[in-house]
Ligand binder design. Structure first.
Ligand SMILES: [Zn+2]
Length: 73
């Protein structure tokens, strides 16, 4: 009888931990839902406001521009 109660408590703890992990797992992707691609940083063009990856951006005077037109090159 004591073993059955102990088993029931263990099962309840497992269920509680499972739901706790699930609820935490649902929250984490929302926080990372930003304009950011793996290995790349998205930067906003100060002229037109377009987001462009720092790899494709044109750097002029320490600022990132989406195109040559915005950088006035
Ligand atoms: Zn631009």
């Amino acid at each position: 009888m004591i073993l059955k109660i102990a088993l029931l408590i263990i099962v309840l703890i497992i269920i509680y931990l499972f739901f706790f992990k699930v609820s935490r797992g649902e929250n984490s992707p929302r926080k990372t839902n930003r304009p950011k691609i793996e290995g790349e940083t998205m930067v906003e063009c100060p002229v037109c406001g377009t987001f462009v990856s720092n790899k494709d951006a044109i750097i002029k005077d320490g600022q990132f521009f989406c195109s040559k037109e915005c950088a006035k090159l």
